[in-house]
Design a protein around this ligand. Sequence first.
Ligand SMILES: *Cc1c(COP(=O)(O)O)cnc(C)c1O
Length: 392
Amino acid sequence: MNYRKSMVLGIPGTYLDSEVFYEDAPFLENAPFLSTLIANPNHIGCHTIGETEKIFKGTQEMEREMISICAEQVFGGNEAEQDGYVASGGTEANIQALWIYRNYFVKEYDAKINEIAVVYSEDSHYSFAKGANLLNLRSLVVNVNSDTRAIDTRDLKTKIRDVQKEGVNFFIVNLNLSTTMFGSVDDIDTVVDFLAENNLNFRLHIDAAFGGFIYPFTNPENSFSFKNAYITSITIDAHKMMQTPYGTGIFLIRKGFMKYVCTEEAQYVTGKDHTLCGSRSGANAIAIWMILHNYGSEGWKMKMQSLVDRTTELCCQLDKLGIEYFRNPFLNIIAIRAKYISSNIADKFVLVPDKHEDPHWWKIVMMPHITKGNIDTFISELKTQTQSCISE
Ligand SMILES: *Cc1c(COP(=O)(O)O)cnc(C)c1O
């Protein structure tokens, strides 16, 4: 529904300020995202479940379609068996998952808050610490091997056993389909086998904020999909690999779980609110929808493969220089041991450290803006630096 053309009397929303955001600029005619941004539909709530606000049903339909493409075509879910929505980002989607499972354990098992723990590796995104803090849940942060970045299963077992002795019986487990810093992928089969063999009461979330739009395309045979019965929910960020505007995180979950976070008090919203954020722009769904339809699965596969190939080329050059790094062959991140990177090089090429105080690693993320020239300059400066070290 268009605020300019219909009679909308009761909604505290309207198009963007027309003195500042011109609705009649000629370039808007063929720019569906920008014109929707200006028309400003509000996608408050979750649109894959029950009733939703009628006045924005057009763009909500596009969000539903885009959610089903992600859940079914990218992540192998059965038709119409997943819910989801466009969240502000991976942070919100991860917290949404923790919130749902906390309430699920409380409702279904009468769990006390202090009997629930959130389990994730030390390489996991900080949104899990943030979420556990907000939801008053205890965190079990599991160590990883410093070379392979693989979850230390012995540490996982010990930590779980220790908290079981303190009465923790419910586990919200996160596994990463690519960590932010390393591009490492958690060994889902090993972790799940351990959890299942020990009859632990757990729910498994996958943080694919970074890897969700790349890994399934570069390594289609993997255990990170809704075909895996252990996985209940998945976070993906379109605003990382997909080059959509910020505000395009995606939360996906099997049907039957959104109800645990339905805010009954959201009485003025049709269908109530099952999301963490409240009001959000419907234009964000359109941005994702357009990218998906523009490329198609084959086009997207080629685009992601080319990023991975360029990452591999850079790794070959690093090998020649004898530089140590971590890299998953299906992803576009290279984490280089800090001893090979001078502060000059880190600065000049805007590399990102694992931690700003006392970095152990610096990472490169092969994104579409990186040219062959950028890489050649980087390698030649690394060479000069390495040679001057040797001669010293
Ligand atoms: C970026 C990222 C997030 C958080 O995403 P935001 O969109 O910044 O909220 C969460 N997890 C992983 C693995 C990420 O790479």
